[in-house]
Ligand binder design. Structure first.
Ligand SMILES: [Zn+2]
Length: 204
């Protein structure tokens, strides 16, 4: 057993696995054949259904609006008007060009006016956009825009650092290379000192 195959056996008490339409399974069989293997051999028999369900999970974000996580705000902030930062948030996404994994971490900061959210919500916004087919630049911008629109803070900064399997495992095959993208808005954009401060807190 070389990978997580726990969906081989249906765990008692959990809802039944969602059915996978035949045409979806056929598509994956075609891909296996195209890659050079025989989809009819024993080890690959259940693979099409498993791959399809995995892709539903990777792309869960299509079924949600990430801004819902920012709808519950706390207005009692005790006069706190400094940077709120969540950093080293691990995430996974898939690039829309190769459907290959993007694995990395994000730092998300904002400068509240009079409302803050539970800190875990920032990570939920990130995951809502990451669980789609993405490019890193858009992911970074979507997270920043969502916070900007829904929390109306004085500033937002998002920095994402990730490795792209389409670059590390294929193509130029350069493991260890990370791509860094950032989006700064409001005061973090206008004011150089505020930007330097938030980037330093983030470790950049
Ligand atoms: Zn790619």
């Amino acid at each position: 057993m070389s990978c997580d195959q726990d969906d081989h056996d249906h765990p008692v008490g959990l809802p039944a696995k969602p059915p996978v339409p035949d045409d979806v399974q056929d598509a994956i069989r075609t891909l296996i054949r195209w890659a050079g293997d025989d989809p009819a051999r024993e080890g690959l028999l259940d693979t099409p259904a498993r791959v399809a369900r995995a892709w539903k999970e990777y792309c869960q974000g299509y079924g949600e609006d990430p801004s819902v996580h920012l709808s519950r705000v706390f207005e009692e902030v005790g006069g706190y008007d400094e940077i709120v930062l969540l950093k080293d948030i691990p995430f996974q996404s898939h690039c829309e060009h190769h459907m290959a994994p993007i694995i990395g971490k994000a730092a998300i900061a904002y400068l509240p006016t009079n409302r803050v959210v539970g800190i875990s919500k920032l990570a939920r916004v990130l995951h809502g956009y990451a669980r789609r087919l993405q490019i890193q630049e858009r992911l970074t911008a979507e997270v920043a825009e969502c916070i900007w629109t829904h929390l109306e803070p004085r500033g937002v900064a998002v920095v994402i650092e990730a490795s792209h399997a389409c670059m590390t495992a294929r193509g130029v095959r350069t493991p260890g290379v990370n791509m860094v993208t950032s989006r700064v808005m409001g005061l973090f954009r206008r004011d150089e000192r505020s930007r330097a401060e938030v980037l330093k807190l983030m470790g950049y």
